[in-house]
Each structure stands twice: as C-alpha cells, then as structure tokens.
Write a protein that binds this ligand. Structure first.
Ligand code: NDP
Length: 293
C-alpha cells in the first residue's frame, strides 16, 4: 500500500492536491481552518483531522498549502513539536529568503523540509502539464519522490531551499509579462473601430508560439555570453530595434494606450547606442535588467 500523506490547507489548490493524492491511492489526512472545505475529500475517503497536530501525527509526509509563509507558521506553530522526524513540504508561494528561513525553522524542530512551487492551476494538478519545483535537501526529496509525483512532474532544482521559489517566481514573472503584453495588444487593437480582442488573439497565438521557439537559443547565448545571436536570423541592429520601440510608443500614444513601457525601452536602447553598441543581443538585454550592472 502507498505511504500516508497529510495535507494542511484546503483552499482551491490544497483541495486539488489532496484529491490527486487520494486518486493515486495514498491514505490522506486533511485539515483546514474552515473544516467544511474538506467535506468532498472526506466523502472520497480522506480522513479529517480534528487538529493540525493530529494531521501532522498522521503521516511521515506533511504537505502544507496555505495562503503564504506567515499563514503557514500561524497554522503549524501549535503542532511544531509533532513535526520532529517528519518531512514538511511547503507549497505556499513565497520568496527564496522565506524558503530558507522556513527550512531553518523546520530543521530546528527536527523535521526535514522541502520548499515547492506549483506550476499548475487547481484544474491541471496531476495532469501531464502540471509540474512542481522542489528545493532543499536531496534526502527527503528522494525519499518522497514517488508520492510527490502524484501531484504532477516532480522537478528537483537543488539543495538551496530558496531556488525552487526563485525559479517559480521567474516563471510567474514571465507569465505575468506575457499576459501584460496580451492586454496591451488587445488595448491597441480595440482602439480601432474595426478591431477586436478575438481578431488580434487569433493572430497573436501563432505569432507568440513561433517566437517562443527562439528562447532556447537566446538562453544559450546568455549562458555562453555570446554577443552575436546564435539564433539564425535573429540578429537585429539596435537602430532597427529602436525604431520599432519608437513606433510602438507613438502608435500607443496615438491610440490613447499607455506607452511608458516602450518609452523606457526606447531610452534604454538609445543608451546602448550611445555606448557604441550596434547589435541587439540577449546577454546585453539581461545585463541591462540587473541593478548596478
Ligand atoms: P485559497 O485562498 O483558495 O486558500 C488559502 C488557504 O489558506 C486556505 O486553506 C485558507 O483557509 C488558508 N488560510 C488563509 N489565511 C489563514 C489564516 N489566517 N489561518 C489559517 N488558514 C488560513 O488559495 P489557493 O489554495 O489558491 O492557494 C494556496 C497557495 O497555493 C498559495 O500560496 C498560492 O500562491 C499557491 N498556488 C495557487 C495556485 C492557484 O492556481 N490557485 C497556483 C500555484 C500556486 P480557509 O479555507 O479557512 O480560509
């Protein structure tokens, strides 16, 4: 039979995680501040713990999925002693610093700790698209890997407890900017009386999909600190990129759409040209995002 697991926190995500563990055949104990959120899980065979402490004591692996780190401490503090000898997997979204602090806290209590970042939404948990990033000591990851795979692909990033949340936030940042770009495109297109969100989206999806193919070669340029784009056909003069940025800013202003992003990026490109650079390169684009170079 499969190892027992406790899930603490049954919000949208915690319910999906506990559901996936049940579906995979793990004896699952659940706890949530608002107990009724466990009703559907209990109907499917989960055991409802009467307290957080009872939930922690029920399994060697305790998965917490609460709002944030502060909430996680608030909820787990009363059961702190029960954590000794168990593994705590914290899936609350947080920063790398918060993850390292949580590892210290858990290890101080004699528990093992893994920090995780869920790259899924509740409806995609345990589907082939879902994956979860983990970091912290390798021993608990290896020991619980099979169980964790029930939630989605388990990706171990390293021994620094902070790296899973760093990568999680990197992926979320890119997603956020992609959505921002989408909304900008829609605002621009719908400023025209014949433009529509659906119309521009029909073109945007294939366009962005083809541009996504460029990312691995841009990444290779950054890793090799290669100045000339390895991506064939990507090489663009900074003057060409600057003219485009000016046009995007001007067209946005004319359409009464915010242009500040493109104004800033135009100023940035002008600075590169003033420094004598001529080619747009991925390593330079990344360098320019760093504060203090
Ligand atoms: P919900 O708002 O649905 O759930 C929040 C959970 O935190 C509930 O269990 C809630 O308990 C509990 N909680 C909040 N405040 C307190 C408190 N003061 N004391 C005790 N318990 C508290 O959020 P999600 O389930 O969506 O998200 C949980 C975590 O998962 C977050 O860190 C989120 O970033 C992460 N995540 C979520 C994703 C998503 O698509 N939803 C995707 C990836 C990660 P109660 O039910 O009693 O209010």
């Amino acid at each position: 039979s499969k190892p027992a697991v406790s899930v603490i926190g049954l919000g949208e995500m915690g319910q999906a995680l506990a559901g996936a563990l049940l579906a995979a055949g793990h004896p699952t104990t659940v706890w949530n501040r608002s107990a009724e959120k466990g009703d559907a899980l209990v109907a499917r065979g989960a055991v409802r713990a009467g307290s957080v402490q009872e939930a922690v004591l029920a399994a060697p692996l305790v998965i917490a999925c609460l709002l944030d780190h502060d909430t996680t401490y608030t909820v787990l503090e009363p059961a702190a002693e029960a954590l000794r000898g168990r593994t705590l997997v914290n899936l609350a979204n947080g920063t790398p610093d918060q993850a390292r602090r949580a590892e210290c806290w858990a290890e101080g209590l004699g528990a093992e700790y893994l920090d995780g970042g869920i790259m899924a939404i509740p409806s995609t948990v345990a589907t082939p698209q879902a994956f979860v990033l983990y970091s912290g000591r390798e021993r608990p990851f290896t020991a619980h890997r099979e169980t964790l795979e029930a939630l989605g692909g388990a990706v171990y990033l390293g021994a620094d407890a902070g790296i899973a949340s760093l990568y999680d936030l990197a992926l979320l940042s890119a997603m956020d900017m992609m959505f921002h770009g989408f909304f900008h495109a829609v605002a621009l297109a719908t400023s025209h009386k014949e433009g529509s969100a659906g119309g521009v989206t029909e073109l945007l999806v294939p366009w962005l999909s083809s541009m996504l193919q460029m990312l691995p070669s841009l990444a290779a340029d950054v890793d090799a600190d290669r100045e000339s784009g390895a991506a064939p056909g990507f090489a663009q003069g900074l003057d060409v990129v600057l003219a485009g940025a000016h046009n995007m800013a001007r067209a946005a202003r004319d359409a009464r759409v915010r242009a500040d992003y493109f104004e800033r990026s135009g100023a940035d490109l002008e600075e590169q040209i003033a420094q004598g650079l001529t080619l747009f390169t991925a390593p330079e684009a990344v360098r320019r995002l760093r504060v203090n170079g």
